[in-house]
Design a protein around this ligand. Structure first.
Ligand code: THU
Length: 130
């Protein structure tokens, strides 16, 4: 399955009974392997997790740490951009030039780089530690 097909399939599995808004995400890691995730909501609302977070967790759990490409899909009029928290989560494993494609179910897409989505990202390299 391609990156976009994986994100679309993941979205079908989303657990989103509270918002009714299903999201699917897929990450191509540096190895070429694809990892997917979906949003998983919770009755205790703040405990819900985004699709991107699920895909990142799957990637890291399988032993990979470098994101080469991201694809996010949702049923919306316009491509849905990752939330602020997910931009920061992606930025932990994605360099500034990594492309993030946002897509609608009917095939509209918008691709931006990580740096465009999260300029001046806070990274571990910015920390001076004793
Ligand atoms: N959501 C994602 O999974 N990813 C995004 O990039 C935006 C928002 C989810 C969180 C929540 O389950 C639902 O969409 C509505 O905010």
């Amino acid at each position: 399955m391609s990156l976009s097909e994986t994100a679309r399939a993941m979205r079908e599995n989303a657990h989103a009974p509270y918002s009714g808004f299903k999201v699917g995400a897929a990450i191509r890691a540096a190895s070429g392997r694809i990892h997917g995730g979906c949003n998983v909501e919770n009755a205790a609302y703040p405990q819900g997790t985004c699709a991107e977070a699920g895909a990142i967790a799957a990637m890291v759990a399988s032993g990979e740490r470098e994101i080469a490409e991201v694809f996010v899909i949702a049923d919306a009029a316009d491509p849905v951009p990752p939330c602020g928290g997910c931009r920061q989560k992606l930025s932990e494993f994605a360099g500034p030039e990594v492309p993030v494609t946002m897509a609608t179910l009917d095939g509209r897409t918008l691709t931006m780089t990580m740096d465009e989505l999260l300029p001046l990202a806070f990274k571990s390299s910015r920390m001076r530690r004793p």
